[in-house]
Ligand binder design. Structure first.
Ligand SMILES: Nc1ncnc2c1ncn2[C@@H]1O[C@H](COP(=O)(O)OP(=O)(O)OP(=O)(O)O)[C@@H](O)[C@H]1O
Ligand SMILES: [Mg+2]
Length: 298
């Protein structure tokens, strides 16, 4: 079932049109990567889904109900981790989650169970210190626990991993992947390898529109291969090949790109005739990063 649908959504600030025509859907129990350059409008889109901003045009439906501006009833299905989460820093992680439970009107037993379960999920169950001593990664993990507290159907995370080091990022991504068991995850990022690691679906936002969307596999396959890559043992061999076959593109000193696969035989014949040391010749697959750079036209 579709959990979230955006249909022809537009939003501008004054003269500036940020989102021109944005449509996408997120099925339940998926991890959805929302990719775009700085300033593309990712945070704006998330705020529209949360009813924190008023759309100029278009509709947003969450769990079968329309999202409306202001105190939208659909927010009871949503957990949100903002790009810079704020906490009461004098509390410990467990105190903070219990406090969230109290506000939500949970019983004491429910509250204790849920906070223990979530602290375990985010790896903070043994952490006794106050939040003010937490690292960025720990704060992000506590933010996820807080956002998951009310068992949301949709967890929205705004660039949760961008400011973390590789270990912290990996831990956070593993938590999001694990959260898929209990919820659907929408997260924004500009780190394409993170999307490849954990996302089922991806959408690229560029110039106010979704320019590419689908499963990570589909999206990568849609662009076929980018050619054949050749690598020689010695730089002079690569130079010889370049002189003989000017249609080859130099990638590095010993690496060349062949974009016309039918010409591989003449190259291989030349390699054999001149006894060049060819280390590798293989099809080059596009990854998300190549694709993104292609669609944003760099
Ligand atoms: N309240 C606002 N008033 C005026 N302009 C705004 C407002 N909020 C966002 N913008 C503008 O809208 C554009 C999109 O901003 P947004 O924060 O949605 O981008 P983003 O994709 O989240 O970028 P980043 O990767 O840097 O977080 C930017 O040019 C920004 O300056
Ligand atoms: Mg943003």
């Amino acid at each position: 079932m579709e959990l979230l649908t955006l249909s022809h959504v537009a939003k501008g600030f004054g003269e500036k049109e940020v989102l021109r025509d944005v449509s996408f859907t997120i099925p339940e129990h998926t991890v959805f990567g929302f990719v775009g350059q700085n300033g593309a409008g990712k945070t704006t889109t998330m705020k529209l889904i949360l009813g924190l901003l008023l759309a100029d045009r278009g509709e947003i439906t969450l769990n079968g109900m329309p999202v409306c501006y202001g105190n939208t009833p659909t927010n009871r299905f949503v957990g949100y981790l903002p790009d810079v989460p704020e906490f009461y820093s004098y509390m410990t992680a467990v105190e903070y989650l219990r406090f969230c439970g109290e506000i939500a009107g949970m019983t004491k037993g429910e509250m204790e169970n849920r906070s223990a379960e979530l602290l375990c999920l985010v790896g903070l169950d043994k952490e006794k210190g106050r939040i003010k001593g937490f690292s960025r990664g720990m704060k992000q993990r506590l933010g996820i626990a807080q956002a998951l507290f009310g068992r949301p159907k949709l967890l929205i995370c705004d660039e949760p991993a961008s400011a973390l080091d590789p270990t912290g990022r990996r831990e956070l991504l593993d938590i999001l992947a694990a959260a898929k068991q209990q919820t659907t995850v929408l997260f924004s990022t500009h780190i394409l390898s993170d999307v490849e690691h954990i996302c089922d679906q991806v959408a690229f936002l560029h110039k106010g529109e979704i320019v590419l969307q689908g499963s990570v596999e589909e999206v990568c396959k849609s662009k076929k291969t980018a050619g054949t890559e050749l690598e020689t043992e010695r730089p002079e061999d690569a130079r010889m090949l370049l002189l003989e076959f000017p249609f080859l593109k130099p990638l590095e000193k010993k690496r060349l790109l062949l974009e016309e696969p039918e010409r591989q035989w003449e190259i291989l014949k030349f390699v054999a005739d001149h006894r060049l040391a060819l280390l590798r010749m293989e099809q080059r697959e596009m990854d998300l990063e190549d694709l993104f750079l292609e669609v944003v036209g760099k």
